[in-house]
Write a protein that binds this ligand. Structure first.
Ligand SMILES: Nc1ncnc2c1ncn2[C@@H]1O[C@H](COP(=O)(O)OP(=O)(O)O)[C@@H](O)[C@H]1O
Ligand SMILES: [Mg+2]
Length: 283
């Protein structure tokens, strides 16, 4: 379980361009949860993620991961980074080894595992991201397509078998098919490993489909914390923050505004179609 208590983070503190990136943020993420974080660009999402694996320290407040206070100076940060895996935005820029297999092996090797254990971890992680080790293991990461590179980068974090897997906009810049493939892969990893997964995304459909819990950040403040249904019901508030509900829900809301007899606003296209059929039969 992750517990964040009243964290504040200020960049360039005391300097003219001081920026309060996180302002008194508190929330809890339960074991096994798939949590989505949404918010306008610059709202503090990436800053928050980097606090969860200890890369950044808050100016005030506490963060507990599995009961350990990771803001405590005495905490073993290596142990925390093993437990909490963070996939940065555009992680493929951080591939650097000569082969795919050695890139994915980099993290597990640093865990002090035997060569055989490392090999198994690499094979397992590549399999989880949908890449066959026999086909891709000896290739240079630089020969791969953008989507494949991103899979390799995610495999490098998955190979650490983190209890918490955090992904910062993992589908940014991908074509629609690769976007879907990467998300299917993430939800499959979540299903198999039963870890906590935390996803930052601008795609409200993805958040509605995958997540059981949604946090909304606006200008460094946590402004909503609930289920996708609870959060996306607040369409007007989201719109004021430059956000929206999933397209199907927005569409139903606009039909309703124009007088169509819509009773419920579900989040998926399929459920929205059912709702429209019901409205038509009611006349
Ligand atoms: N290294 C940094 N130094 C100074 N300011 C930063 C730094 N990183 C981010 N910021 C500022 O903190 C705020 C939050 O940024 P960020 O966490 O990257 O937001 P998001 O991921 O939601 O786009 C922004 O105003 C940004 O300009
Ligand atoms: Mg960001």
């Amino acid at each position: 379980m992750i517990k964040v208590e009243n964290i504040t983070h200020i960049y360039e503190k005391g300097l003219p361009d001081e920026a309060v990136a996180l302002d008194d943020v508190s929330f809890t993420i339960e074991d096994g949860s798939f949590t989505g974080i949404i918010g306008h660009t610059g709202s503090g999402k990436s800053t928050l993620l980097q606090h969860l694996n200890g890369l950044l320290k808050p100016d005030s407040g506490h963060i507990f991961v599995g009961g350990t206070d990771i803001t405590d100076k005495k905490t073993d940060m290596l142990a925390i980074r093993r437990k909490v895996g963070l996939v940065f935005q555009y992680p493929e820029y951080q591939l650097f080894e000569e082969t795919v297999a050695s890139d994915v092996a980099f993290g597990p090797k640093n865990l002090g595992l035997t060569d055989e254990e490392v090999r198994l971890r690499v094979e397992e992680a590549l399999h989880l991201v949908g890449l066959d080790i026999a086909e891709f293991g000896d290739k240079s990461p630089f020969e791969l397509s953008g989507g494949q590179k991103r899979r390799v980068a995610i495999a490098g974090v998955v190979a650490m078998r983190p209890e918490v897997l955090i992904l910062d906009e993992p589908t940014a810049g991908l074509d629609p098919q690769t976007h879907r493939d990467i998300l299917d892969m993430i939800s499959e990893i979540h299903r198999k490993q039963r870890n906590i997964t935390i996803l930052v995304s601008h795609n409200m459909n993805d958040v509605a489909n995958l997540c059981d819990h949604v946090l909304v950040i606006n200008k460094g403040k946590l402004v909503m914390d609930g289920t996708p249904e609870e959060v996306f019901a607040k369409a007007d508030e989201l719109s004021e923050m430059g956000l929206s509900a999933p397209p199907a829900a927005e569409f139903l809301r606009s039909l309703k505004k124009r007088g169509v007899n819509i009773e419920n606003i579900p989040l998926s296209a399929e459920a929205a179609a059912e709702e429209i059929i019901k409205a038509l039969s009611r006349g």
